[in-house]
Design a protein around this ligand. Structure first.
Ligand SMILES: *Cc1c(COP(=O)(O)O)cnc(C)c1O
Length: 459
């Protein structure tokens, strides 16, 4: 039988009712939120595609795991479970728990990044770059040029690092000023785009030649492994677990947000092989997160996380997840909506510049598009463009090439009927796009301004 889509590899055991506000109230709500979807109240949202971070539905096994929480201040049983799970899946020697991904980024950056350091990466991530810069480092984008082209459907590994750009940077600033290269798998801001195994291997070899550490931002590593299996020659018959193992053999360490591919609501860690880095990280974790046996998580959090890490390696789970994203992307694309192609692992990204060509980038087209989609439908999305990119040290806006609105799918939460509703709402918004006007800041926070900034319409 030819199925339109793969049925959910799970069934519903508990439900959370949804409600949709009348349109006039949605207009009021987004105005009150300063046209920033981050500032909407969750109760005013119908379908929440703001992020897939911590919004996952846990399994019955994970909920059962919560009851097994060992809430000891030190040496919790659940910590040992989490630690051995990470060691088994990723092959790293040491694990330092943190409350979420940015906790790990903070430790790593404080230990390794100094004024005068350069940290190359395959496109920036907001919190990752913020920590590098707060410690005096300079982020350098070494992603391949294709990643900056929104509609590029034939590029299968848009997250790949451009080895020439990386090598040029090494020659220019010297390997001694590059404490590590941060490799995102997948690359969130490029649209959830994967990095090929071949590229990971080559980046590792080049880094070793120059004595530079390779640190993965492995927040979305299962999605990356799925794309390698689906797209890269030689991996079709390998399990997700085998692919993941090989990926991590090309890294010296990693930062992880459990809120993504850990399929939990909170948690993270920093992992590494190096003894000295481990000892510095355990000294620092007590200052910012907690004991090296909980790092800001409760015992029950760690138990659910350990179970979630294992569940995420199930082929049917990850195939269904990525195919849901693909389904939504194809539906929009077929209706003529400009999106980032190929569709990535966790989200569909609308190309706001092509959607709203009459709004210049200094009037934040992606920000206003996210607000308009909410008004149209109660669906909450997120800006990933000029607002998210922030300002340089000199105070100038970055004007990134990609000006996007992200429709992020939480794991195991929404059905195909929800996705149809979302697609139709965006198609309706597209039809009335000429009436949409740009925005200006009325409050702009100094760092990570997208979280709490406020706007009003320009006349
Ligand atoms: C979410 C995310 C982070 C940060 O993790 P938090 O748990 O939100 O602190 C870092 N990198 C990537 C790629 C992410 O998606």
């Amino acid at each position: 039988m030819d199925m339109k889509f793969m049925p959910e590899p799970y069934k519903v055991k508990m439900v959370e009712p949804l409600r949709i506000l009348p349109k006039e109230e949605r207009i009021e709500a987004i105005k009150k939120a300063g046209y920033n979807t981050f500032l909407l109240n969750s109760r005013d949202v119908y379908i929440d595609l703001l992020t897939d971070s911590g919004t996952n539905a846990m399994s019955d096994r994970q909920w059962a795991g919560l009851m097994m929480g060992d809430e000891a201040y030190a040496g919790s049983e659940n910590w040992f479970h989490l630690q051995s799970t990470v060691q088994e899946i990723m092959g790293f020697k040491h694990v330092v728990p943190t409350h979420q991904g940015r906790g790990a980024e903070n430790l790593l950056s404080q230990i390794l990044v100094k004024p005068g350091s350069y940290v190359p990466g395959n496109m920036y991530f907001t919190t990752t770059r913020a920590h590098q810069e707060l410690n005096g480092g300079t982020f350098v984008d070494v992603i391949n040029d294709d990643a900056h082209i929104s509609d590029n459907p034939d590029v299968l590994f848009k997250g790949n690092i451009d080895l020439k750009k990386y090598e040029d940077l090494i020659n220019k600033v010297g390997a001694e000023n590059i404490p590590y290269i941060c490799v995102g798998v997948t690359v969130n801001l490029a649209g959830g785009q994967p990095v090929s195994m071949k590229n990971l291997r080559e980046v590792y070899e080049l880094s070793k030649k120059h004595g530079i550490r390779v640190m993965f931002d492995c927040t979305r590593y299962v999605e990356n492994a799925y794309f390698i299996k689906a797209r890269e020659e030689g991996y079709k018959d390998k399990t997700i677990a085998e692919i993941v193992k090989e990926m991590f053999s090309y890294a010296d360490g990693a930062t992880m947000s459990g809120k993504k591919d850990g399929i939990v609501n909170i948690g993270g860690f920093l992992a590494m092989n190096e003894e000295e880095l481990y000892s510095k990280a355990t000294a620092l974790v007590v200052v910012y997160e907690g004991m090296p046996s909980y790092g800001g998580m409760t015992g029950r959090d760690m138990e659910a996380f350990a179970i979630g890490l294992k569940e995420a390696l199930d082929y049917n789970y990850i195939k269904h997840r990525v195919e849901q994203v693909e389904y939504l992307g194809n539906k929009l694309s077929e209706a003529g909506i400009p999106i980032v192609r190929p569709v990535g692992g966790h989200a569909v990204f609308l190309d706001a510049r092509a959607f709203l060509p009459h709004i210049p980038q200094e009037q934040y087209p992606a920000q206003v598009l996210a607000a308009e989609i909410y008004i149209e439908s109660g669906v909450r999305t997120m800006e990933r463009g000029n607002v998210s990119a922030g300002r340089t040290k000199e105070g100038k806006e970055y004007f990134p090439k990609l000006e996007l609105v992200r429709l992020t799918l939480p794991r195991r939460v929404y059905s195909y009927a929800h996705l149809d509703f979302v697609a139709e709402a965006i198609i309706r918004t597209f039809k009335r796009r000429d009436e949409i006007k740009g925005l200006k800041f009325i409050y702009e926070p100094p760092v990570l301004r997208f979280f709490t900034g406020r706007f009003e319409h320009v006349e």
